[in-house]
Ligand binder design. Structure first.
Ligand code: CAA
Length: 445
């Protein structure tokens, strides 16, 4: 069976950044350690006043197409995943296609376009749709462009303000991919949950503490479902475990639970037992409460073991590096985690071709999905070509007062006149509204 997966990837960060420990924490009267260590985000990327989900998505897509020498005729599908859409009817993919058509010869009239919604999960669902379309033989030799783009802004004063971010990830999905091939096996954990939602409102209603528990519960279900088709997982089967990363502290919790699960009934559990005993089994306890307390005790000890910490440093830490520099990109976040790990492998000379990743995606509301990916021979060249450092280092540093202005400029309820902090060059920009309240864009040389 021909491999199908991610052939090329590109990101576009919002061009501003807010330093959480240095700028945000003092203004809120909080300890910088909460952000630097607890949440784990140093900088939130934020969009300048002329940036939004369309400009970031179109700029990432154009960069990818230029690098690969693609023209509209090579793309048979444009799927946009976002939870920051501004229109309940016209999909963001049409705006992005319109932007791209203004700079390329040819058009995307032949391309199927859509917009996917399931909170942060929809980026992965769009990759899935593209995979299925190619596997079904409906692509007529063309590749799919998947763009996950979000401005993850929270209402001022909401605890989620600590995890904001803005950026887009563009991915080319094709046969014989250069970066990773996707497994056919998948696992799901899905339930009707009220943890994070945007009922026709720009900023989310969030039950933050509950959202953490829902993330963990759905991820666990998805892992069990994945194992039911792919067989038991083992920590050594996968070189990296990129998870949806709303903030690195969330992944710290998920990794510990995941490790306990995948080491149960293995030689790792036996080896760990010498120091911390075997994992508690429910049948050995008189009540659920006693069992849960025993689990908490086991986990507290597990996270202090050298074996766990070495696994975490090898398999998880590299996945959250970019997230700590940009914040939450919602639909793009798990794809940033994969990119982060692959970049770390380049920096550390890790040979990856043929190695596997276990990818855990999540969307509030809520659903988790887990699948495996096999790294392909062309991964190094493709990943090395993404100018992550240049983009991150080029961001404008906001003072707290400037941050307040930028937040107001992107608040749909407010009409404020704020000057841009950066100068656009060689990119698509938002220019204002048209006669039918559509958003308008142009390419600036
Ligand atoms: N030094 C070191 N660590 C510190 C510290 C200090 N001085 N002060 C606090 N911390 C630690 C805390 O112990 C905590 O870590 P643990 O959870 O491991 O104990 C961490 O920093 C955060 O501190 P708080 O729990 O006090 O933070 P909070 O209550 O103000 O907000 C939050 C945390 C609930 C996650 C909030 O940011 C939020 O609502 N975020 C949005 C929702 C979200 O991201 N949920 C994640 C799952 S849902 C999802 O994944 C979908 C999505 O993308 C939104």
């Amino acid at each position: 069976m021909t491999a199908v997966g991610i052939d090329a990837i590109e990101i576009r960060t919002g061009k501003l950044r807010l330093d959480l420990p240095e700028t945000f924490a003092p203004a809120k009267g909080e300890d910088p350690g909460k952000y630097a260590k607890g949440i784990g985000i140093q900088y939130s990327s934020l969009p300048d006043v002329y940036e939004d989900i369309v400009t970031m998505g179109a700029n990432a897509a154009r960069e990818l197409m230029d690098r690969r020498g693609l023209v509209p005729d090579d793309i048979g599908r444009i799927d946009v995943a976002t939870e920051s859409a501004f229109d309940n009817s016209k999909p963001v993919s049409t705006y992005i296609a319109g932007c791209l058509e203004s700079v390329y010869d040819g058009d995307f009239h032949h391309a199927n376009k859509g917009e996917r919604k399931f909170a942060c999960l929809s980026g992965t669902q769009s990759v899935d749709d593209a995979y299925n379309w190619i596997r079904a033989g409906r692509n007529r030799g063309r590749a799919a462009l998947v763009i996950a783009t979000d401005t993850a802004l929270y209402a001022r004063g909401d605890p989620g303000e600590a995890t904001q971010g803005a950026g887009a990830v563009a991915m080319l999905i094709d046969e014989d991919p250069n970066i990773v091939a996707l497994s056919t096996e998948q696992g799901y954990g899905s339930a009707d949950e009220t943890d994070f939602l945007k009922p026709n409102q720009q900023f989310p209603s969030v039950d933050g503490k509950r959202s953490i528990q829902v993330y963990l519960a759905r991820m666990r279900e998805a892992l069990e479902d994945y194992e039911s088709v792919a067989g038991d997982t083992h920590p050594d089967d996968f070189v990296y475990f990129p998870f949806h990363t709303p903030y690195p502290g969330m992944v710290r919790k998920a990794a510990l639970l995941g490790y306990r699960h995948i080491t149960r009934n293995t030689e790792v559990e036996e080896a760990l037992a010498e120091d911390i005993g075997m994992q508690p089994r429910e049948g050995d306890y008189g009540s659920r409460e006693d069992y849960e307390e025993a689990i908490r005790g086991y986990m507290d000890e597990l996270k202090e073991t050298r074996r766990y910490q070495e696994w975490y440093e090898r398999a998880i830490d590299p996945t959250v590096d970019i997230s700590g520099q940009v914040g939450n990109w919602y639909t793009g976040s798990v794809h940033v985690a994969r990119l982060s790990a692959l970049r770390a492998a380049i920096e550390n000379d890790v040979a990856l071709a043929g190695e596997k990743l276990l990818v855990g995606s999540y969307g509030s509301g809520a659903q988790a999905e887990i699948h495996a990916e096999t790294v392909q021979d062309g991964w190094h060249k493709e990943v090395d070509a993404v100018d992550v450092d240049q983009q991150l280092d080029g961001r404008y540093d906001l003072s707290f007062e400037e941050y307040e202005l930028v937040h107001d400029a992107h608040n749909h309820e407010k009409e404020v006149d704020v000057d841009a902090f950066t100068q656009p060059s060689g990119e698509f920009v938002f220019t204002g509204w048209g006669r039918m309240n559509e958003r308008r864009y142009e390419y600036v040389e």
